[in-house]
Design a protein around this ligand. Structure first.
Ligand SMILES: *[C@@H]1O[C@H](CO)[C@@H](O)[C@H](O)[C@H]1NC(C)=O
Ligand SMILES: [Ca+2]
Length: 219
């Protein structure tokens, strides 16, 4: 009986317009600016996150601010947020606090981003295209709450909503993965995208508005 449960849950999701799919080799394209287009990701998460590693790849030619990964809970809209405030400035938010990483700007090229955070020390790392951008500390001792609304394409200012077109993502995102541990990023391979919380190869998601899935253009 217990073994049947994941299948039953999946059917419930699918009946609500969810897709469960191996997106290996594919990307989400957000073709135009809006406050209506987004992809909602369903995590496999049973406990709060004491540690995490988030990786994704993206291409955009935006020069304004935009959200790359917006994970909200009912009490904190920026529970786990990866946000670009301007070209070359990446902000990682944990529990509504934030640190900024300055990255040599290389606009108009695809990026492979990995961010990790450890509760015990509060230390956050950002790696861009396999290179470290330093370490900063925030929210030492905090746990990232588990009842999440995870959205690509828009930045949430409330649980599942309050989007601003001027913070929307326009471009392509692929190979999104989330682990419930700190994965050593020095060894992170470009094709590692099977996180145990979110896996690009077994992704449960729901897309809304103008979002297109196509074969990816970059590795
Ligand atoms: C989180 O990371 C710390 C140190 O890196 C480790 O000691 C701890 O067991 C981890 N906690 C979980 C729940 O994985
Ligand atoms: Ca927000």
């Amino acid at each position: 009986m217990e073994k049947l449960l994941p299948g039953v849950l999946l059917l419930v999701f699918l009946s609500e317009g969810m897709t469960h799919s191996d997106l290996g080799g594919k990307a989400f394209i957000f073709p135009e600016e809006s406050n209506t287009a987004y992809v909602s990701l369903i995590p496999r998460l049973k406990k709060p996150l004491k540690n995490f590693t988030l990786c994704l790849k993206a291409f955009t030619d935006l020069s304004r601010s935009y959200s790359l990964f917006s994970y909200s809970t009912k009490s904190r809209d920026n529970e786990l947020l990866l946000f670009v405030s301007k070209v070359g400035e990446y902000m990682l938010h944990v529990g509504n606090a934030a640190v900024t990483f300055k990255v040599p700007p290389s606009p108009y090229a695809p990026v492979h981003l990995c961010a990790s955070w450890e509760s015990a020390s509060g230390i956050a790392e950002l790696w861009v295209n396999g290179k470290p951008m330093g370490r900063k500390g925030l929210q030492k001792g905090y746990y990232v709450k588990q009842e999440a609304s995870i959205i690509l394409g828009q930045e949430q200012d409330s649980f599942g909503g309050s989007f601003d077109a001027k913070q929307s993502f326009v471009g392509e995102i692929w190979d999104v993965s989330l682990w419930d541990r700190v994965v050593p990023l020095r060894d992170m391979c470009a094709s590692c995208y099977s996180g145990n919380v979110l896996s690009w190869q077994a992704l449960t998601y729901k897309d809304k508005g103008y979002v297109v899935v196509k074969p990816k253009l970059w590795a």
